[in-house]
Ligand binder design. Sequence first.
Ligand code: NAD
Ligand code: DAO
Ligand code: ZN
Ligand code: ZN
Length: 368
Amino acid sequence: MKTRAAVAWQAGQSLTIEEVDLAGPQAGEVLVEIKATGICHTDYYTLSGADPEGLFPAILGHEGAGVVVETGANVKSLKPGDHVIPLYTPECRECKFCLSRKTNLCQAIRTTQGRGLMPDSTSRFSLHGKPILHYMGTSTFSNFIVVPEIALAKIRNDAPFDKVCYIGCGVTTGIGAVVFTAKVEAGANIAVFGLGGIGLNVIQGARMVGADRIIGIDINPEREPLAREFGMTDFLNPNEVDDVVNAIVQMTGGGVDYSFECTGHTGVMRQALECTHKGWGRSIIIGVAAAGAEINTRPFQLVTGRKWEGSAFGGARGRSDVPRIVDWYMQGKIKIDPLITHTLKLEDINEGFSLMKTGKSIRAVIVY
Ligand code: NAD
Ligand code: DAO
Ligand code: ZN
Ligand code: ZN
């Protein structure tokens, strides 16, 4: 079949809209009609050429929601008409990683996914007979995609696609880091560095679990009102205090119980670790730093009880946890609508990238 898609031909170039050929689902695969997709910083990171693992030509996009159209042989958990969110972190429930119950980083299709291919080492996308690569196993900048069954979370049918697509990355990454990775307890004090599409979701996750002080830190003062609406209790602009670490330590009587780094800057990662409480503070790195970057601190920070950790996709096991997060949205426990600042057509996807790069959008969503 044909599908309309935004194709990334080369690093640093705008996307072009093409009628691409899409081969049908093989055994264990599912054809999905994508109804809406968010544009995330990771798409830009790859498109810009900064991602050393970026491959071209490819169809980017990893924050989608849609409907199952057709299932390949042996697909048992999904049927046509089911509503789904594609998962760039699949959940096979059979690999060593899934069975460990210690991580969400399922490795069942990791190798081929990283090469832009389906599990049989081929691409389902092509144009004029030449293959176009998949991206993060999802490629949600295509109206129709083929995805392995283990990379689809089945969600309720009454959830709006143009909102819950954001659960495919940003919402789950932020809220999940609080709920699944850190397991923040009620009454804890937390600090969130970077109040963008991820940090705002950390804040609402912290509010949901009953955190006490929720300190937001951002160099952009325009982020303060929305962050307060999402549950931030205190705001710090690093450009307006002498020493942001000391300011947080003073505000909290020794440091926060948990901090979350949502900027991707290694200097901020150090601040996030060092503002946590001696003896038990835990700092969760969510931001993706530039290729080759390294983090620094004095080892005594760790000897004296602080812990440095990381979180990918919020520690969420996608097929199990994503449907629950959709329920939290539908029950009003979390908010998504105020974060979707722009809704665009596929033809305007390059404008969506510009809005993100210039900090004008929190989330721009493409509706097919
Ligand atoms: P964003 O650009 O919307 O937000 C980043 C915020 O950080 C901005 O508000 C910016 O003003 C602020 N900031 C920049 N420098 C700062 C500084 N020195 N101190 C304080 N604040 C500063 O980005 P986002 O979409 O929220 O993504 C945040 C990071 O999370 C990115 O690195 C992204 O790649 C990463 N990410 C990680 C995962 C994961 O699974 N770990 C998933 C998605 C995105
Ligand atoms: O198992 O090695 C692996 C792949 C893990 C991928 C986790 C991705 C999280 C960070 C990238 C940002 C995604 C939008
Ligand atoms: Zn993302
Ligand atoms: Zn697995």
